[in-house]
Design a protein around this ligand. Structure first.
Ligand SMILES: Cc1cc2nc3c(=O)[nH]c(=O)nc-3n(C[C@H](O)[C@H](O)[C@H](O)COP(=O)(O)OP(=O)(O)OC[C@H]3O[C@@H](n4cnc5c(N)ncnc54)[C@H](O)[C@@H]3O)c2cc1C
Length: 616
């Protein structure tokens, strides 16, 4: 797909080809603004850069569903979805954004269906929906079937459909190109574009763009046990930090309760939605006592903490593959689900259990433990995807810079995301970002190829020169002049992820955070700085990408630990045992953290739902 000569001057460059990036590309091309440009004889130039082949993006592994109050199976309303999202996020949600999410969700799902997503159906042909934790009708009264699904492969369906539509619209792709730098002007008010490394040719490109959209996904690889694919190293967030920008609420990481014991691979929440039950070593279905009413389908942070409480109290089980190992798992009991229905509705879950654990979920209990799953925080954006800097009083937009999907924080997930709301966030706000970019291009339709501001071009050029020098240094090191030959990026990432897991996974306190900080800010950061290549080749040298990924993870870990340390309360996914209560008096605000700086605080946008109790 990569064109022979990618022209390095674009109306928009989109970094990332998951649900968010592809939705942005389609949002752009399908917008009235883009149509207007074409009618005026101007063909806008949009490029999607992805370090993976697009169809390998993590979106493709999403299993359970996408949330929308379609009311296909039972009564439902967007207002209930809105309320659940705010409450599920432990009231740290910006309500203007969450309202938009819930209100536009049905339209988003219908648009996906019209684009070609093959949703599972009811007997009478409507889009089928299933239960997901925290989704209720009548403002918390009872669980509701709100997640539209496609067996347990919804992400695969959405990713392939969006990609096919992008091909239809003639979107340009630069595949297996790694973006290494986001370039802004000195005052952080204008974006110039990006520097990207073509891994096939082994050369860097300075890509000038009047608009840049970051859609690089999450950062699960910060933790040892994670459901995330290997590429999810928080690149976009680290690029933003390196450019001098802030991250919002980066201390909130969701641990999904049901990672398959020794791998962390996700067993979808749909396994409990379809009737699976968690049991401790004594065989007790313990969730009923932690979350009466919601039990196994309570919000994910609640279930993950309940599992940790059970294992801490000695009621955990060991992974049968390692019977003498730590008893840090509980059982997922799916034996009560009709086997035929299980194979029909949960084929991916069944296959994963069979292939990776050698167990039969129709007969065997399956060992599970919490796995790092989703980064609620990220690059701060408005509901149109515009990136901004919070100066303590107001939002200052960075002209020409946008972000969407898991790397962004529009703050619809607050301190804890509800299942099914992430694909929705990526598709809906990705589309809105694409539309906003098109409107910005149409407002100033100078046509493609027009040189941008010379100072921005200079900044871009300087960034490319610096990156080339960085690569030269890494290659020189490979010849043995510098660096520690025994160390490598994979080891640094493994040690970092174990440190983060010990320090801040599921539960933490000032002591555990400080211990992690000593290691991350000290030896691990130093090792990341000293990394060198073990082979001189620039083309197809995966270690080069790994070094940049390791540096990104370290940068992100430093900021995440600082933000975690600065939040003196427990809320949603963040449980500080030294500050066990939620503190709305002083902490009902977003943390806005730049590298090497103490977090600033931005008030939560409350529209019409006052913070209350969270009863599950
Ligand atoms: C196993 C699993 C199951 C899930 N199930 C569900 C579910 O059922 N429902 C739900 O709502 N959510 C689910 N989620 C969450 C949801 O899938 C993700 O949050 C969402 O798909 C993220 O989309 P994205 O477009 O932001 O990022 P991704 O799909 O992760 O795509 C990131 C893109 O960025 C590119 N990229 C990254 N860094 C660079 C770089 N430096 N240079 C160039 N390109 C770069 C990658 O190549 C990739 O194309 C699940 C997540 C996981 C891990």
């Amino acid at each position: 797909m990569t064109p022979k000569h990618i022209e390095e001057q674009y109306d928009a460059v989109i970094v990332g080809a998951g649900a968010a990036g592809l939705s942005a590309a389609l949002g752009f091309h399908r917008s009235d603004a883009a149509r207007g440009l074409r009618e005026a004889g101007i063909e806008p130039k949009v490029l999607v850069v992805s370090k993976l082949q697009p169809l390998r993006s993590h979106t493709g592994s999403a299993e359970g569903g996408i949330a929308a109050s379609l009311a296909d199976m039972e009564p439902d309303e967007w207002r209930w979805h809105y309320y659940d999202t705010v409450k599920g996020g432990d009231w740290l949600v910006d309500q203007d954004a969450a309202r938009l999410l819930a209100e536009d969700a049905p339209m988003t799902v219908i648009n996906l269906e019209r684009s070609g997503v093959a949703f599972s159906r009811t007997a009478d042909g409507r889009i089928a929906q299933r239960r997901f934790g925290g989704h209720t009708s009548d403002f918390g009264a009872r669980p509701v079937k709100r997640a539209a699904y496609s067996a347990d492969r919804i992400g695969h369906q959405i990713l392939h459909t969006l990609w096919q539509q992008c091909v239809h619209y003639g979107v340009d792709f630069a595949e297996e190109w790694v973006v290494t730098d986001l370039v802004l002007d000195e005052t952080l008010t204008h974006a110039a574009g990006v520097v990207a490394f073509d891994t096939h040719a082994g050369v860097t490109h300075a890509i000038a763009a009047r608009n840049t959209v970051l859609a690089t996904g999450g950062a699960g690889r910060l933790f040892h046990t994670t459901s995330n694919s290997h590429d999810l190293t928080g690149d976009g967030m680290a690029l933003a930090l390196d450019a001098g920008l802030q991250l919002e609420d980066i201390e909130f990481v969701q641990f999904h309760p049901t990672g398959l014991a020794h791998t962390g691979i996700l067993l979808s929440e749909a396994s409990r939605g379809e009737g699976g039950v968690l049991r401790n070593a004594d065989g007790d279905a313990f969730m009923a006592s932690y979350a009466p009413g919601h039990a196994d389908l309570a919000a994910r942070d609640v279930v993950s903490r309940a599992i940790r409480s059970e294992t801490d109290a000695g009621r955990g089980v060991a992974d049968p593959r390692d019977p003498d190992g730590p008893k840090d798992c509980v059982w997922l009991d799916m034996t009560g689900i009709d086997p035929e229905r299980m194979r029909r509705n949960l084929p991916q879950v069944v296959e994963t259990i069979e292939d990776y654990a050698g167990l039969d979920p129709a007969k065997d209990l399956v060992p599970v433990k919490p796995t790092a799953h989703y980064t609620m925080g990220g690059i701060p954006v408005t509901t149109d995807g515009e990136v901004y800097v919070w100066d303590g009083e107001r939002r200052n937009i960075v002209e020409g810079l946008y972000a969407a999907g898991e790397c962004a924080c529009v703050s619809v997930h607050g301190a804890n995301r509800l299942g099914g709301n992430s694909l929705l966030d990526a598709c809906l706000f990705g589309t809105r970002a694409g539309q906003a970019v098109a409107a910005r291009v149409a407002a100033n339709p100078v046509g493609a190829g027009t040189p941008s501001d010379p100072t921005l071009e200079e900044a871009l050029d300087a960034a490319k020169t610096a990156r080339d020098a960085d690569i030269d240094a890494l290659v020189t090191g490979a010849a043995g002049d510098a660096g520690d030959d025994d160390d490598n990026a994979y080891r640094v990432m493994a040690d970092l992820s174990e440190t983060m897991e010990r320090g801040v996974a599921v539960l933490c306190d000032a002591g555990s955070i400080a211990r992690a900080q000593v290691v991350v800010d000290g030896p691990i950061a130093e090792r990341a700085r000293r990394l060198r290549l073990h082979a001189e080749a620039r083309a197809f040298n995966q270690e080069l990408t790994a070094i940049w990924e390791a540096r990104h993870l370290v940068r992100l870990a430093e900021v995440m630990l600082a933000a975690t340390d600065a939040r003196h309360e427990s809320r949603g996914s963040l449980k500080r045992t030294d500050f066990p209560e939620r503190d709305d008096g002083t902490c009902l605000n977003h943390s806005m953290t730049a590298a090497d700086a103490a977090p600033l605080r931005q008030p939560v946008r409350i529209v019409d739902i006052e913070p209350g109790a969270r009863s599950y």
